[in-house]
Each structure stands twice: as structure tokens, then as C-alpha cells.
Design a binder for this molecule. Structure first.
Ligand SMILES: *Cc1c(COP(=O)(O)O)cnc(C)c1O
Length: 364
């Protein structure tokens, strides 16, 4: 938005032009709505677990700075998540912050970033924050990687980072492994595999980190059931992580977060059970959407489902659902692979039933 005269007098015009043209990330108001727009785990903790957690928080020394290296937390992550031995861990305030750290380190003059489109919006947003050039390569209409186009773009722009969400958001699919391998091979810079949804997926690149010099894998506790906590971690070869460490703010992960995460990691079986239930619900919702002739759902390896509305425009269906108390996300963008597409996160059984019922009513 161009500045008016009055704003210019404040000196705000000195803000970098690429920041001035950005729009702040907005989160749709959800008061009173069934919230199926943000891939949150719908389940809270059983009472005894909550009490046990609160007991542990009681003696966190809040007058002291947190452990800057997060060593105890990293040790628990290593055990619980089977992190490969010959790798290092970088902790972030959500994986959003890790994306930003990677980009700060790799943007520099002439630095370019590349990712398929559509993919996670933060790759492009943070590329703009750091002043990097950003290139996106459209996915095929079945949401698979267009490997030729990706490789051509990589050769042409020589990106310092390539981001691949595995599975991808907002499409929900895992990319073909041979294609991902080829991208890792042809990329001169770093490849970041973003496994935010690993708990719902049947594949991972974890075991590949030690086999490549230029591959790191990012994960987060958010989609697992701790979105409010803000903890992400990146696993990669020591030379890369050592550089990223220099840019990480020393106390980016607070003491309450560290203690809570250590507690939660010891309860992984609870989150795994919840994830199994969410996956079962995902398959049920998929089958029900498929049975509606007006809709085409796409198979998913995540806790959400992308679907296309064949007759009713996505924006209309979205609004009608809001009127029935249900918030999902509209991804329609004319002329792209997401035309007339919407995304619904998997909620509790009851929320999913209400969603399916409401969709059915909207389409009648
Ligand atoms: C949700 C999401 C993230 C963000 O994770 P946070 O740890 O909550 O910042 C990262 N990548 C992808 C692909 C996501 O969908």
C-alpha cells in the first residue's frame, strides 16, 4: 500500500519497499465457529496428564534465562524421534522460525530461494523478509512435482535453498521419492525437507540425512498436538547446523516451552494414539466426501484434506459453511492447480460429522 503524505512525514517511508508492499499474515476470526482451518490436533490432554504437567511447571525458574543450548530437550528429541546419530539439531520457535534462520543464512547478495507452488506460504513470505529472490515452479495438475521444470529452474536460478514440504501443504500428498532424490542431486545449495506432518504420513527422509551433504529435515510439534507451544526442530549435518546456530537468538525457546516439550516427549504414545485416530477419521471423511458427486477430494498423508468443488464456487461453499458455524480454508485461485479447492482439517469425530452434514446441506 503506498504511503500518504502524513505517513511519509513520520519517516515510515524508510521501511524497505519490499516490506511496505507485503500484507501482514492474518488469521481468520474463528469465535464461535468449529475450527477446521489450521491443522490443529482437536484433542486436549486427559486431566491426570494435565495435572502432572502443571506439577512440573511449578519449579521452572522463571527468573533465570532458559538453557540457551536446550541440551536436555535435544537429548529427549533424539531418543523419542530416533534422530540419526551423525546429525545435529537446531531448535526454533516453531518451524516458521527455522525457515527464517535458514533464509537469513542463505539469502545474501544474489541468493535465490525455490519451492514448488502451491506449497507452504511461509517459504515465500520469509524470503521476502530477508530480501531474497523467490522462484516457484507449478506442481502438475495431480499435485506431483514437475521434475523437468524443477530441474530446469534449479539450473537456471541456482537457488541457495530449495524447500519441499513432505507431505505438501495445502495439497496433502507425498512427492515421488525418485523426484525428490533427483532434486537433492541437482541442487547446488541446500534442500530443506519440511516434515511438519510426518506423524500422519507413511514416509520420511530422516534416514537419508546422513547420506547427503546438502539435506536437512525440519519437523515441528505443532501438528502433533502442541501448536500453542511453538517448537520446531531441524536435523541436519553438523557443518550446516553449526552455521545456523550463529543466527539463532540464544533464548528463542523459552524455559516453559523446554520443560513442557520434555514432558510431552515422554508421553509420545498419547500423541501417537491421537494421530492414529485422526488418520482413521481422515480416511472416513475422505470416503464420505468422495461419495458426494459434486466434490473431488484428494488423497492425503496429513491431518487435512484438500477437495475441489465442481459446481458450487469454492468461495460460496466456504461462506455457506461459515453461516453454518464451520470454518475451513478457501484455496481457490483461478488459473492454478488449486482452482475451486478448499482445505478442511480433521477434527474430532463429532466436528467431522457436523462438517460433513453441513457440506451436504450446502450442496442440496
Ligand atoms: C504448519 C506448517 C509449518 C509450521 O509449523 P510451526 O512449527 O507451527 O511453525 C511448517 N511447515 C508446514 C508445511 C506446515 O504446514
Amino acid at each position: 500500500m503506498p504511503l500518504n503524505k502524513k505517513q511519509e512525514n513520520t519517516g515510515v517511508h524508510r521501511i524497505r519497499p519490499e516490506i511496505q508492499t507485503l500484507r501482514a499474515y492474518t488469521v481468520q476470526a474463528s469465535d464461535g465457529l468449529i475450527k477446521l482451518d489450521a491443522m490443529e490436533n482437536p484433542y486436549s490432554w486427559p486431566k491426570h496428564m494435565r495435572d502432572e504437567w502443571l506439577d512440573q511447571l511449578r519449579d521452572v525458574p522463571l527468573n533465570r534465562y532458559p538453557d540457551a543450548s536446550g541440551s536436555e530437550l535435544k537429548q529427549h528429541l533424539r531418543q523419542t524421534m530416533n534422530i540419526p546419530q551423525q546429525t545435529e539439531i537446531l531448535l526454533g520457535n516453531g518451524s516458521d522460525e527455522l525457515i527464517q534462520i535458514v533464509q537469513l543464512c542463505l539469502s545474501g547478495p544474489g541468493g535465490a530461494m525455490l519451492a514448488p507452488a502451491p506449497s507452504f506460504v511461509m517459504y515465500e513470505m520469509t524470503a521476502r523478509f530477508v530480501g531474497a529472490r523467490y522462484f516457484s515452479v507449478p506442481l502438475c495438475s495431480d499435485f506431483s512435482l514437475d521434475l523437468d521444470a524443477m530441474c530446469n529452474a534449479i539450473r537456471k536460478h541456482n537457488p541457495s535453498v530449495v524447500f519441499l514440504a513432505y507431505p505438501n501443504n495445502p495439497t496433502g500428498n507425498l512427492f515421488d521419492r525418485a523426484a525428490v532424490d533427483e532434486i537433492i542431486r541437482v541442487t547446488n545449495g541446500l534442500v530443506v525437507l519440511d516434515e511438519a506432518y510426518y506423524i500422519f504420513a507413511h514416509d520420511s527422509y530422516y534416514d537419508q540425512i546422513e547420506r547427503h551433504d546438502n539435506l536437512v529435515v525440519m519437523r515441528t510439534l505443532s501438528k502433533l498436538g502442541l501448536a500453542g507451544l511453538r517448537l520446531g526442530f531441524l536435523v541436519g549435518p553438523a557443518p550446516w547446523v553449526g552455521q545456523f546456530e550463529k543466527v539463532r537468538m540464544p533464548y528463542n525457546v523459552g524455559a516453559l516451552t523446554q520443560r513442557t516439550a520434555v514432558f510431552a516427549l515422554q508421553k509420545m504414545d498419547v500423541f501417537k494414539r491421537q494421530a492414529e485416530f485422526i488418520v482413521a477419521e481422515r480416511e472416513r471423511v475422505y470416503a464420505e466426501l468422495r461419495a458426494m458427486p459434486e466434490l473431488t477430494p484428494f488423497t492425503s498423508q496429513t491431518n487435512f484434506i484438500l477437495f475441489r468443488s465442481a459446481q458450487m464456487p469454492a468461495a460460496v461453499l466456504f461462506q455457506k459453511l461459515v453461516e453454518r458455524g464451520i470454518l475451513i480454508k478457501n484455496f481457490h485461485h483461478a488459473g492454478t492447480v488449486l482452482h475451486q479447492c478448499l482445505r478442511v482439517s480433521i477434527g474430532t469425530q463429532d466436528e467431522n460429522d457436523k462438517f460433513l452434514q453441513a457440506v451436504d446441506e450446502c450442496l442440496r
